[in-house]
Design a protein around this ligand. Structure first.
Ligand code: PAF
Length: 279
C-alpha cells in the first residue's frame, strides 16, 4: 500500500495508472471503523485501484475543541486500510492542503447547506465542499464513496459534482451500526461509559419514529421526540427533523409521493452525534 503525504506524489502516481484504470476513492478523517472499511470494500469491488485519504479538515469544524479532540491514530488506520486491500493512502498535512490560508471557499449548494447540519454548524458545509473539491482535484477518481450516516453531506457532495465538470460517480453506502444500534462514528471513541450506555436511545428513537410515521402526523412525532430527550440526564437533543430525501426540505404534511427520512442530532456532553433513517 502506497502512503503519500504530498499532493505531487499522488498526482504523479494517478497519472501513471493511465485513464483505463478505474479509481475508487474513500475520503476520511481517520479514526477508522468498520463503517469506513465497508466503503473501502465497496470501492475495492467496483474499481481497479482504491485510494483513501486521511485528513482531519480544520475548516469543517465550527468548534475548536471538537477539532483538537477529534480522535487521531494514523498507524492503526494504516494497518486497517492495508488489511482491507486499499492501494494508496493520501495523508496530507494541513499545510499541504491549505498552504498558509486555512479558510473555506464559499459554496452555493442550492440551499442544501442552510438546513439541519448547515443551520446548526456554521460554515460546516463550506469546509466540507472546500476539502472534497481539493481532494477530488488531486485524486481524480471515477467513483467516490460516502457513508449515509452523514446523509446531508452525501447530498451536498452530489450537488458539488453536479455543479462541476467532473465525471465522478458518488456512491452512498449504508450506515454501519454497533450491535445496540449506535451508528458507527469516530466520535463514539470519545464517549464516557455513562454516555456510551445512553446513546443507543438515538437509534431506538429513530426506530420508533419509523413505526409512528405509518399512522401519525409529523408534528405529533416531532413533539414526542422532543419529550423523549427533554428531561434526559445525559443526552440533549440538538434537532430532529423529517425531510424529503433529495431536497432535504422539511416535511410538514405526509405525502405518499415523497420519500422521507428522519434526521437527528444529539449532544452527549460536548460530543455531538448524528443519525438518520429512511421512513
Ligand atoms: O465524512 C468525513 O469524514 C468528512 O466530512 C470528509 C468527507 C472526509 C471531508 O473531510
Amino acid at each position: 500500500m502506497l502512503v503519500f503525504p504530498k499532493i505531487k506524489s499522488v498526482t504523479e502516481a494517478i497519472k501513471l495508472l493511465g485513464s483505463s484504470v478505474r479509481v475508487g476513492f474513500v475520503p476520511t478523517m481517520g479514526a477508522l471503523h468498520k463503517g469506513h472499511l465497508s466503503l473501502i470494500e465497496r470501492a475495492r469491488k467496483e474499481n481497479d485501484f482504491v485510494v483513501a485519504s486521511i485528513f482531519v479538515n480544520p475548516t469543517q469544524f465550527d468548534k475548536e475543541a471538537d477539532l483538537t479532540k477529534y480522535p487521531r491514530g494514523l498507524e492503526a488506520d494504516l494497518a486497517m486500510l492495508r488489511s482491507t486491500g486499499c492501494d494508496m493512502v493520501f495523508t496530507p498535512s494541513t499545510e499541504e492542503m491549505y498552504a498558509q490560508n486555512i479558510q473555506s471557499e464559499s459554496f452555493d449548494f442550492d440551499g442544501l447547506e442552510q438546513l439541519m447540519e448547515g443551520k446548526h454548524r456554521t460554515g460546516h458545509f463550506d469546509g466540507v465542499g472546500t476539502i472534497v473539491k481539493r481532494l477530488f482535484e488531486v485524486v481524480k477518481p471515477n467513483c467516490a464513496y460516502f457513508g449515509e450516516k452523514d446523509f446531508q453531506q452525501l447530498q451536498i457532495v452530489k450537488k458539488l459534482v453536479e455543479k462541476n465538470p467532473w465525471p465522478i460517480r458518488i456512491v452512498g453506502c449504508p450506515i454501519f451500526r454497533e450491535t445496540d444500534g449506535l451508528a458507527m462514528s469516530s466520535r463514539n471513541l470519545r464517549l464516557t461509559k455513562t454516555q456510551r450506555a445512553a446513546v443507543p436511545l438515538i437509534y431506538k428513537t429513530l426506530l420508533e419514529v419509523s413505526k409512528q410515521f405509518q399512522t401519525e402526523e409529523v408534528l405529533a412525532i416531532k413533539e414526542r421526540v422532543t419529550t423523549i430527550f427533554d428531561k434526559h440526564p445525559v443526552l440533549r437533543l440538538d434537532y430532529f427533523d423529517i425531510a424529503e430525501e433529495t431536497s432535504l426540505r422539511p416535511v410538514t404534511n405526509k405525502d405518499p409521493k415523497l420519500t422521507c427520512r428522519a434526521f437527528i442530532a444529539v449532544f452527549a456532553g460536548e460530543i455531538r452525534l448524528i443519525d438518520n433513517m429512511r421512513l
